[in-house]
Design a protein around this ligand. Structure first.
Ligand SMILES: C[S@@+](CC[C@H](N)C(=O)[O-])C[C@H]1O[C@@H](n2cnc3c(N)ncnc32)[C@H](O)[C@@H]1O
Length: 295
């Protein structure tokens, strides 16, 4: 599926991409960042990019590097997303990885949550690998409670700031290894009397290919996804929905379909597609495979 994110998220624009990089606008700040899926040629020259951009991330090793400031600007700024009840005020920062606190393509998940939420009054929502919490904030508008899990304290603190700036106070923030949290939740749910409060109407997971838990636990997507999905199935309510973002270049599609059907046999696949962003000039980058399941 090819989409122009600017139509969904007016304060964000993919201006151009190519030669392993992307040129993006977040509110009024323009950045150049590495992008492995930007395989073709860009429309504008790198000189033109640098004339427009405020900063470029120079990668020195995988996901590590520094920002070359091209035009002075306040390096903590905000981007707002609004759609009916959803109001997200996200603080953006230049970090020493190329990430800045937002994955704008997640807007597709925010809209799915908004559209489906009327079937889930008093929703209990779980966000695993939640990063700076923008999906937790989107879900919070439609939920009784959102539980947000990430292993890095800095991003959990960042989520707290984003939630406050977005007027949200029903997010439970937990700094923990995501698979460990789910295992503990299974035990808590199984304790008699069965405590339905620990079961969820919805789970979203956006696991990185490789990650680290709060106590240095190793996360390896290809090896550990199946077990994590098995465990998630045990903490879902009978009627529920699941959202996943999976990086297709590191996982075999047939295998993903197999483990989805094995672990969520009663859920229907509403979406299972690689999403590409169209730039202003029509060239594309790939995000990941978006999977939406509902029973
Ligand atoms: C790709 S980001 C998620 C993006 C997020 N869904 C969003 O929309 O902004 C991956 C996140 O997983 C976290 N993470 C990595 N390994 C983890 C683990 N074992 N347990 C919990 N969180 C982990 C990272 O700290 C990072 O914030």
């Amino acid at each position: 599926m090819k989409i122009d994110l600017n139509n969904y998220f007016p304060n964000y624009q993919l201006i151009d991409c190519g030669n392993g990089k992307k040129l993006e606008k977040f509110n009024n700040i323009v950045l150049i960042r590495p992008e492995i899926t930007a395989t073709g040629n860009s429309q504008l020259s790198i000189k033109e990019w640098k004339n427009i951009a405020n900063a470029e991330f120079i990668e020195t090793s995988k996901n590590q590097g520094y920002w070359d400031i091209l035009k002075n600007f306040k390096q903590t700024w905000f981007i707002n997303y609004q759609n009916e009840q959803i109001n997200i005020n996200a603080e953006l920062r230049l970090t020493n990885s190329k990430h800045i606190g937002i994955f704008p393509e997640q807007v597709l998940n925010w809209l799915f949550i908004k559209n489906i939420s009327e079937n889930y009054p008093d929703m209990n929502f779980l966000n695993l690998f939640g990063y700076t919490g923008l999906t937790s904030i989107a879900a919070a508008r439609f939920s009784k409670s959102v539980t947000h899990i990430d292993s890095i304290k800095k991003v959990v603190d960042w989520t707290k700031i984003n939630a406050k700036n977005s007027g949200i106070d029903n997010i439970r923030l937990i700094c923990e290894d995501a698979p460990k949290f789910v295992e503990r939740e299974i035990k808590r749910t199984a304790k008699p009397p069965t405590n339905l409060n620990n079961k969820y109407d919805a789970v979203i997971l956006d696991p990185p290919p490789i990650g680290v838990g709060a106590n240095n636990e190793k996360w390896i997507l290809n090896k550990m996804l199946d077990k994590l999905l098995q465990n998630i199935a045990l903490i879902l309510k009978e009627k529920s929905f699941v959202i996943m973002n999976l990086y297709s270049h590191s996982l075999n599609k047939n295998y993903v379909n197999e483990i989805i059907h094995k672990n969520f046999p009663k859920h229907k696949v509403k979406l299972n597609e690689e999403v590409f962003s169209l730039s202003k000039y029509g060239n594309t980058i790939s995000h990941s495979t978006f999977i939406h399941l509902e029973n």
